[in-house]
Design a protein. Structure first.
Length: 239
């Protein structure tokens, strides 16, 4: 998107990996070990990051359940250094669902939201998730539900990122135009490039990166979001 001065009236966020940490590598490793997969939390963390990046750049599989199973098959196999059977993957995913992650708030989340709210920005969440009610529950438990004027979940909407319509629904419900909204997410393609396709500004929160990327614009902390907003409003490149 070519920089041009504009008022950023709304900032929207992805949920997991952006506002809250949904990863629990220690517990996931214990589950895997009970299924006779031998690796440590660091091995799993490395594999998870690699597969997440690869899957993000691939055309999405249309069936959500098949996509989840494929993600964990690839991740577990890479961490273990061997093929993992379909039945083992299914048992792992079932155990994962029976013991959901804690969804811990990232240390930079509240400070970012406080700053944006003090500037009277409208805030929202757009998440690929089971339902709007579930997203609201996670936000409430994390103590940040009060910040958000709108929550849009793929499970409730019947469409999911990277479909641009889910972003467009969010901005319509906030009563702003796409060009008046910034989306922040931890996936370069599913989140940020998809938001850009929908006409929003987009920033890639790459917590494991260096913040040098410009396509899409890359940051490493939510504390950089207010500066990105300022740059958009002054007609400068986001990063």
């Amino acid at each position: 998107m070519t920089p041009a001065p504009t008022r950023v009236r709304a900032v929207l966020f992805d949920l997991g990996g952006t506002l809250v940490d949904e990863r629990d590598f220690a517990r996931w490793t214990e589950t895997a070990q009970r299924l006779y997969l031998d690796f440590g939390p660091d091995d799993l963390a490395h594999a998870y990051q690699e597969v997440e990046t690869e899957v993000d750049a691939e055309p999405p599989m249309p069936d959500r359940e098949a996509r989840i199973l494929d993600f964990w098959r690839r991740t577990l196999a890479r961490a273990a250094g061997k093929d993992v059977s379909a039945s083992t993957v299914e048992k792992f995913v079932a155990a994962h669902r029976a013991n959901p992650p804690p969804y811990e708030l990232y240390s930079d989340t509240r400070r970012c939201l406080d700053h944006l709210r003090s500037e009277r920005r409208l805030l929202g969440v757009v998440s690929n998730s089971t339902s709007e009610a579930r997203v609201r529950q996670i936000l409430d438990r994390a103590g940040i539900l009060e910040f958000f004027a709108r929550v849009v979940s793929s499970g409730t909407e019947g469409i999911e990122k990277p479909n641009p319509e889910i972003f467009q629904r969010a901005v319509r419900r906030l009563h702003v135009t796409p060009s008046e909204a910034l989306f922040v997410g931890n996936l370069a393609y599913t989140d940020v490039k998809a938001a850009q396709t929908a006409g929003l500004w987009g920033v890639w929160l790459n917590r494991e990166g260096f913040g040098f990327g410009v396509d899409p614009p890359e940051i490493t902390s939510l504390l950089e979001v207010p500066l990105c907003v300022q740059r958009i409003e002054s007609g400068q490149p986001i990063v």
